[in-house]
Design a protein around this ligand. Sequence first.
Ligand code: FAD
Length: 457
Amino acid sequence: AASVLWLRRDLRRGDLPALGAAASAADGGNVLVLFVLDPALWDGGGPARRAWLAATLEATREAYDGRLCLRVGDPAEVVPAVVEEVGATSVHVSRETTPAGVRRDKAVAAALGEAGVEWVETGTPYAVGPGSVVNGSGDPYKVFTPFSRAWRDHGWPAPATEPQDLSLARVASDDDGWKTVRAALSEDDLPELPEAGEEAALQRWRDFLDDSVTAYKDERDRADRPGTSRLSPYLKIGAVHPRTLLAELRGRTGQGAQTFETELCWREFYADVLWHHPRSSWHDLRPALKGMTYEDNPELVQAWKEGRTGYPVVDAAMRQLLTEGWMHNRMRMVTASFLTKDLHVWWPVGARHFLDHLIDGDIASNNHGWQWVAGTGTDASPYFRVFNPVTQGQRFDPRGDYVRRYVPELAHVPGKAVHEPWKHDGAYDHGYPQPVVDHAEERREALRRYDAVRGSG
Ligand code: FAD
């Protein structure tokens, strides 16, 4: 027999239960490893996201000894065609749980079903599959802390080992596939990306365990220091599975390891929320701000996107996003707060921009992260909590190094004075813009708007 392993956001070879399932189904026959470049998704992301996927595909091809078949097209047509080509009797995947992924998989499974080919889902991109953690009455959890307790109690299997009797099929890719991949890697003005692939992910993880996990709890909020794992782009694309990380964390005691486990749980929580509430990807999860009035000010939104708001940490962070395809977590909160509370813009506008540029861009974590800040998400930060961009900078970039790294117009301003250029003589000599709005005033305005709708939810 032959089987097909269709990779999506599980671009690795280790700890991949669907690979084991595909090998068993092939029963000594060949497993064809397939990736489908779906133009609908490929064209929807920005250049950095495409380059990150492209680099990961190249690394994955190497990990499978060159035997990764890349095809271009609508999966509902491509997958059945490949199945026929190799005479496979089953297609194996990790179960997808996002609204778009579920829709696509339904279409593909139906097309395969008509041809009498089995569709087999084994595992998910999460330690605990979305939808599996429920409370005593069988309902999903609405807030994080009880979810995290139940998630730990639920537990997860040990990492999967590679099947012994694996034989990989060699099937030609589309001519266009790898060409498209190479073109994505040589686009102009790409951000500097981390090394892609499973090996690089595991190396980064080992470095984090050696150097940073102990101090993680205290360091993770410091935007100026490399205190976090920066594993998010690898987790997003499945170059490493969280189960692999959790298994190694379990051997460790200490606050750092505990906190890191909790952060991984946030990723699982948001995936669970999205599973139960697919509409929340682009709509308010809770009607807490029903009737709220939002501004549609393209010029201010553009200043925010380009890092020209005149608030140094906001600008540093927005430029970090553009130059690295990544942004520090604390700064994601500060910049999201600035757009929603200081500029009074509805959160999906910002969420869209983040998704276009983040190489870890993930609909569940991103859009619920935005809703948390905006005040419409699960156990949301209350709307009246407005981040102050100056004090956030002073606390989480206390020496100003983060700002100077990304905002060259302020490179001459020393220490933490960089957070209040308006108090420093000569700070504006190199073209740094004046604040586009007055934070204190806009904070009051945000609270006025909040008062006007409070109670209507
Ligand atoms: P670490 O601190 O090393 O954390 C380890 C891992 O835990 C992360 O890689 C991530 O998978 C998970 N994690 C940590 N914090 C969170 C969180 N708050 N929510 C969900 N998972 C978390 N994360 C994404 O992976 N993709 C996104 O598109 C995304 N968008 C966000 C948008 C906003 C507005 C906010 C506030 C947060 C967003 N996050 C997103 C969560 C968080 O900012 C990133 O996961 C984190 O900054 C990634 O860096 P790291 O790998 O060094 O994190």
